[in-house]
Design a protein around this ligand. Structure first.
Ligand SMILES: [Zn+2]
Ligand SMILES: [Zn+2]
Length: 129
């Protein structure tokens, strides 16, 4: 049966797994990692903690690839590229400061920004031919 009590050790372990990767993992990927340390943990516990982290602003869902949410512990606004073939999510270094400056000139107050490009990553594009 599912335990409803919160385990702060497990909570910390889940958070450090997300913070220790830049691969923008899925909940299942995080679950597999945590299970190596806490074999009795359930996927539901991982999901519940992810929801709490989202509410606390510790992690963000940056995009959805092939129907699965992808998490990022880097909560500063930054753009991404999601590959539909291999499912990798990359941080990309494109400067959007001009766009923000333009928006503020037009009277918009930017508070957050989610930009994700979708397509094929370089290695998938090269293997396509
Ligand atoms: Zn790819
Ligand atoms: Zn990111």
């Amino acid at each position: 049966m599912e335990q409803t009590r919160r385990h702060s050790k497990k909570r910390d372990a889940i958070l450090s797994v997300i913070r220790g990767t830049t691969s923008h993992p899925t909940a299942e990927w995080i679950y597999e990692k945590i299970r190596g340390v806490y074999p009795d943990i359930s996927l539901g516990t991982v999901y519940r903690n992810l929801t709490l982290f989202k509410d606390d602003g510790l992690v963000r869902v940056v995009t959805v690839v092939n129907g699965t949410e992808r998490y990022d512990a880097n909560t500063l606004p930054h753009p991404h590229f999601a590959c539909r073939q291999c499912g990798t999510v990359h941080d990309i270094t494109v400067d959007f400061s001009m766009a923000a400056a333009q928006l503020s000139k037009e009277g918009f107050q930017v508070e957050n920004c989610d930009i994700t490009y979708h397509g094929l990553c370089p290695s998938c594009a090269n293997n396509k031919n």
